[in-house]
Design a protein around this ligand. Structure first.
Ligand code: ADP
Ligand code: MG
Length: 408
C-alpha cells in the first residue's frame, strides 16, 4: 500500500503542546479518568498506579525529574503521537512551544477509495507506518529517544482500534527510554493548540471545535476545567462537508471540505433554499443530518448524475448547478454555526464576563468562509477571534506536500 508522508503541523503537535500544559498542572477532576491518571503519574510524588485502560510504562521518570525539566521549559522535549482516526502523526515540540518536527502519514488514498474511514483498515494502515512516522519525527528534530522528556499520545475520543496503535507505540518508546506518558484528550488538544500560536490567549475563553467527528462549544475556565455549552445531536459539520462533496462528485483526494470550499466560490449561495437547522431549539446544540438530507434531495431533484460523472467531466451547466448547491449548502451550514455561536457567546459572557477570546479550531476551521463569518460574530461581541493557521487545525493539508515517500 502506498502511504504519503506529509510534513505538516499535525494534530500530534496539538497533542504534544497540550501535554506540556498538562504537565504544568496538577490532576484535574474534570479530565477523563485515563487522562487524569497520566497527569497524576507525572505530577505527583506517589508511585503511578496502573490504569485498567492504559497502563503506564514499567519505567516512569521520577516526578522530580519532570519537575526540574518543567522549570527549564526550553529543555523539555515532548514527542506527540496521534492515531485517533485517519492519519498517523508524530511531532516533537520543545517546552517553549517551538515545533522541531512534524510528520503525517495520510490515509487520504483509502478515504478517497472507500468514501469513509473503515476502522479495521485504518488500524492496519496506522500499524504499517507508525514506526517510520515516529522515527522520522525524531530524525527531523535531530534527536533520539533518550533526549526526550516525555511522550504524549491521544487517548480519546477516537476509533479505539486506531487509538490503540498510537498508545502501544507510546508505551514502547516510553519503556525503552524510561519516560512518562501523558495521555491527551483529542478535543482538549484542539482547543489548547491555539495557545501555541497566540501567546496572549488566556483563560477563560470560549472555544468552538469543528471537525469531521465533533461539533463542540466549550467554555474553558482554566486548564482541565471546561463547561460544554453545546454539541451535535447527530453529525458534525465536517461530516456534512465530506458527504456533500462526495455526492457532488468532487475529487476527495484533496479532502471533501477543501474541495467543496473551492467549488462554492463559483456558486450562488442563494440558489437553493436550504432550511437552517434547529431554529426552534433555543440552545447551543447543532444538527447536520437534516441538512445532509436536504442536499441529497436537491441533487436528486436537479437530476444531476453525480454518481457517474465526476465534476471534472461535467458540462458547464451541470458544473454550475453543483457549484450552486455547494455554495448554498456552505451558507446554511455556516449560518447554523453563527447562530449557535452567538447564543453561546451570550451564555458564556453571563457565566464569565471577563472573556476576551473566541477560539475556533478543528479541521473545518481552516475554511476561509467559516473564519470570516465567525470573525464577524466575534467582532459583534467585542471578542477577538483566535484560530490556529489551517496547518494547525487539520491534517488535511495535501497542498503543502513536499516530501513524499512510498512505503511499497
Ligand atoms: P477529524 O479527523 O477528527 O475529523 P480533523 O481536525 O482532521 O478532524 O478535520 C477533518 C475534517 O475537516 C474533515 O471533515 C474535512 O473535510 C474538514 N475540513 C478540512 N478542511 C476544510 C475546509 N477547508 N472546509 C471545510 N471543511 C474542511
Ligand atoms: Mg483527521
Amino acid at each position: 500500500m502506498a502511504a504519503t508522508l506529509l510534513p505538516t503541523l499535525s494534530p500530534a503537535v496539538s497533542r504534544a503542546a497540550a501535554a506540556f500544559l498538562l504537565l504544568r498542572r496538577g490532576p484535574a477532576k474534570s479530565l477523563p479518568s485515563t487522562l487524569r491518571h497520566f497527569v497524576a503519574s507525572v505530577s505527583s510524588s506517589s508511585p503511578a498506579t496502573p490504569s485498567p485502560a492504559i497502563r503506564p510504562p514499567s519505567t516512569v521518570a521520577s516526578s522530580s525529574t519532570v519537575a526540574r525539566a518543567t522549570h527549564a521549559r526550553r529543555d523539555l522535549l515532548m514527542l506527540g503521537i496521534e492515531t485517533s482516526c485517519d492519519d498517523t502523526a508524530a511531532a516533537v515540540v520543545r517546552g517553549d512551544g517551538e515545533i522541531l518536527s512534524q510528520v503525517v502519514s495520510s490515509q487520504a488514498d483509502l478515504l478517497a477509495r472507500y468514501g469513509g474511514v473503515a476502522p479495521k483498515m485504518a488500524e492496519e494502515a496506522h500499524a504499517l507506518v507508525i514506526d517510520q512516522v515516529v522515527q522520522k519525527a525524531l530524525d527531523d528534530a535531530k534527536l533520539s529517544g533518550s533526549d526526550l522528556s516525555a511522550v504524549a499520545v491521544t487517548v480519546g475520543p477516537g476509533l479505539s482500534l486506531c487509538l490503540r496503535v498510537g498508545v502501544h507505540k507510546a508505551r514502547q518508546v516510553a519503556k525503552s527510554f524510561g519516560l512518562p506518558i501523558v495521555g491527551v484528550h483529542h478535543m482538549e488538544a484542539h482547543a489548547l493548540v491555539s495557545r501555541l500560536v497566540n501567546k496572549d490567549l488566556d483563560f477563560p475563553f470560549l472555544a468552538l471545535l469543528i471537525s469531521g467527528g465533533h461539533n463542540l462549544l466549550v467554555l474553558a475556565h482554566s486548564l482541565g476545567q471546561y463547561v460544554q455549552l453545546g454539541t451535535t445531536i447527530d453529525d458534525a459539520i465536517g461530516e456534512a462537508y465530506d458527504k456533500t462533496a462526495r455526492w457532488l462528485g468532487l475529487d476527495m483526494r484533496k479532502g471533501g471540505g477543501p474541495a467543496l470550499e473551492e467549488l462554492a466560490l463559483d456558486g450562488d449561495p442563494d440558489a437553493v433554499k436550504f432550511r437552517v437547522p434547529m431554529r426552534q431549539h433555543k440552545d447551543c446544540n447543532f444538527s447536520y443530518a437534516g441538512l445532509k438530507t436536504q442536499v441529497r434531495l436537491a441533487i436528486e431533484s436537479k437530476n444531476l448524475s453525480t454518481d457517474d460523472i465526476p465534476i471534472s467531466s461535467a458540462s458547464e451547466e451541470d458544473r454550475q448547478s453543483r457549484a450552486n448547491i455547494a455554495a448554498s449548502f456552505q451558507r446554511v451550514a455556516v449560518l447554523h454555526l453563527e447562530e449557535r455561536c452567538q447564543r453561546a457567546v451570550e451564555w458564556a459572557l453571563k457565566i464569565e464576563p471577563s472573556i476576551k477570546y473566541f477560539v475556533v479550531s478543528g479541521g473545518v476551521a481552516s475554511n476561509k468562509y467559516v473564519r470570516t463569518r465567525l470573525n464577524q460574530v466575534a467582532e459583534n461581541n467585542r471578542l477577538q477571534l483566535v484560530s490556529p493557521p489551517p496547518s494547525l487545525c487539520t491534517d488535511n493539508v495535501l497542498h503543502r506536500r513536499h516530501d513524499c515517500l512510498d512505503w511499497d
